[in-house]
Design a protein around this ligand. Structure first.
Ligand SMILES: Nc1ncnc2c1ncn2[C@@H]1O[C@H](COP(=O)(O)OP(=O)(O)OP(=O)(O)O)[C@@H](O)[C@H]1O
Ligand SMILES: [Mg+2]
Length: 230
């Protein structure tokens, strides 16, 4: 679904991503792990076209997207849940979800599945986004990205600063989405247990390079938890 080849990225003179190559497949959760500041968000922003690619290429659904602007990538079917959520605090839950729908021509109804996954959003439909708890805002941000019916869903640290009960709900939702086989999921995480429970494939990043990678089920014997903690 998504294929990245030899991606290099830099801010000014500082080299952040150093030749990353990987694939993200439909029906799978690919988990990207790495400590603070190693370049995880920079990679996601590159995939969204929010940072211009310095070197390397990326294709999505068989199409070269290396130089596409962000809105074209969204239209092509890449859904993005940014770190820190970035919902519209002054818009209601419903309006936030409708904003997600806006990129999808010809549809005006919020998919029922979003409310099945996150019932709290149905209950809080007319509350302002900014009045929701952090965990509820995270669910709203995921719901907004799903409203456009993405083929690839990208999530940047969805558990950051969120209470355990809601982490469980989000875990269940991501697993369910992967199991439909309709989309590919790229999940950035630092919370090891959450990452391990969801990963079909994992990538471990250190200073802009992958230092370990493999199938999710081999994460314990590969020592990923320990490598992340060092
Ligand atoms: N706009 C920017 N301009 C200059 N440097 C930046 C910019 N954004 C990030 N950086 C630097 O690039 C490096 C990688 O940052 P990035 O946000 O990609 O890390 P991260 O792995 O997502 O970290 P975290 O886990 O804390 O979210 C860091 O050293 C950061 O300070
Ligand atoms: Mg980040």
């Amino acid at each position: 679904m998504l294929k990245v080849e030899s991606l290099h990225q830099a801010y000014g003179g500082s080299h952040i991503l150093r030749g990353l190559s990987f694939e993200v497949k439909t029906g799978e959760v690919t988990t990207l792990l790495g400590r603070n500041g190693v370049g995880k968000t920079t990679l996601l922003k590159s995939l969204m076209g929010l940072v211009k690619t310095r070197e390397g290429s990326m294709s999505f659904d068989g199409r070269d997207i290396t130089h596409l602007p962000p809105h074209e990538r969204v239209k092509a079917g890449i859904g993005y849940v940014p770190q820190g959520r970035e919902i519209f605090p002054r818009l209601t839950v419903e309006e936030n979800l409708l904003m997600g729908l806006a990129t999808r021509p010809g549809s005006s109804k919020i998919p029922e599945r979003i409310f099945e996954m996150f019932p709290v959003l149905a209950k809080m439909m007319h509350r302002r986004g900014g009045d929701l708890s952090g965990g509820q805002q995270q669910q709203l941000a995921i719901g907004r990205a799903l409203a456009m019916g993405p083929k690839l869903l990208i999530l940047d640290e969805p558990t950051e600063g969120i209470q355990p009960s809601i982490i469980k709900d989000i875990e269940r939702a991501i697993r369910m989405l992967a199991q439909t086989g309709e989309m590919a999921i790229l999940l950035v995480e630092q919370y090891y247990d959450f990452a391990e429970s969801l990963a079909d494939q994992y990538l471990l990043m250190e200073r802009g390079e992958f230092i370990m990678r493999g199938r999710g089920e081999t994460m314990p014997q590969d020592g990923v938890r320990e490598a992340l903690a060092v």
